[in-house]
Design a protein around this ligand. Structure first.
Ligand code: SER
Length: 318
């Protein structure tokens, strides 16, 4: 029987592009999109869409059996900035939705799961440069604590119940099609919108805050690659380090200035500075490259070019 896929959180920054990419590969009808709210754009209306609260196990189970789903991409989450404002809500959403999908795997109602982790699993005591796969992990944010605990649960369900769950620690993801939802790395997206609109941007992170980042196309490629790899290649069942580029707000501003010479960057760090300061500058992803053949394509210059063209095309449409 051909694979039937469910994407939870399909209206989000990653989910929306993942849905389109998977529908290109498997066909519109093979990929069911779901979110807690209906899609606001036509983006997802080409194939099946269901409203789903991922924290409700019974609804989740009903949807899986209705569409005979065998693979779930569990993309719903509360990101780092928002979860600091609503700690218990963030913990509840991030953990309950994960347990629900893991338990569907344990009950053998689905056979494969993707669940995203993040660079937020690392903390201030982690080595900052080329952070290794296995290292000190003492996250200090609600989001990071939920992702680190989630990783341990993924490894546990795999070892104890044989659940085929696969995961990547995403860096900050840069894209223009769907806005990000409350992350610490969002400045690297806002800058392009403001550069085109007002030729100026005030960054909420300081000029020298280096963070690991990646263009969305690379992230989607990584997500689909890890899910398509033979099971025995996936040796790490917590989550894989994944690396694209690493840059500071000032380095990004310089690249934007190369394209828009009158662009003016200002700095006014807020509470997200402390979150960024607790995360690595750059990531060593040797294991992902060795185990399932991960490579990235986009360097900083290419990202800036794609983003400026992409945001401009959006503005022309609107
Ligand atoms: N981009 C995410 C955030 O900033 C990190 O996973 O919360």
């Amino acid at each position: 029987m051909p694979s039937k896929i469910l994407i939870v959180g399909a209206c989000g920054q990653i989910g929306s592009e993942l849905t389109l990419a998977l529908r290109d590969i498997h066909g519109n009808d093979a990929v069911v999109a779901s979110d807690i709210k209906s899609p606001s754009s036509a983006l997802l209306s080409k194939g099946p869409f269901e409203v789903l609260d991922a924290t409700n196990y019974d609804d989740f189970k009903t949807l899986v059996s209705k569409h005979q789903i065998d693979t779930v991409y569990m993309m719903a989450a509360m990101l780092s900035g928002t979860a600091e404002k609503y700690p218990e809500k963030g913990w509840d959403l991030n953990m309950t939705s994960l347990f629900n999908v893991l338990n569907l795997g344990k009950e053998e109602l689905i056979s494969k799961i993707f669940w995203p982790s993040s660079i937020a699993v690392f903390g201030p005591t982690t080595p900052k440069v080329d952070t290794p796969q296995q290292t000190i992990m003492e996250p200090t944010t609600v989001y990071g604590i939920s992702k680190q605990a989630g990783e341990r649960w993924c490894a546990y369900y795999n070892k104890r119940y044989g659940v085929d769950v696969r995961s990547i620690r995403y860096p900050g993801l840069i894209s223009y099609k769907t806005p990000p939802g409350g992350g610490t790395t969002d400045y690297a997206i806002e800058i392009f919108h403001e550069a085109l609109k007002s030729k100026a941007y005030t960054s909420f992170l300081s000029e020298d805050t280096a963070l690991p980042m990646m263009y969305m196309d690379d992230a989607i490629h990584a997500t689909i690659s890890i899910m398509e790899a033979p099971s025995d290649k996936i040796k790490i069942r917590s989550s894989y380090n994944l690396s694209g580029v690493s840059f500071t707000p000032e380095e990004l501003a310089q690249q934007v200035k190369n394209q828009i010479p009158e662009f003016q960057m200002n700095y006014n760090p807020d509470f997200r500075q402390a979150i960024a300061d607790s995360w690595p500058d750059s990531i060593d992803d040797t294991e992902a490259r060795t185990d399932w053949g991960w490579t990235h394509d986009f360097n900083l210059e290419m990202i800036v070019k794609e983003m400026l063209e992409g945001v401009k095309s959006l503005e022309e449409v609107n």
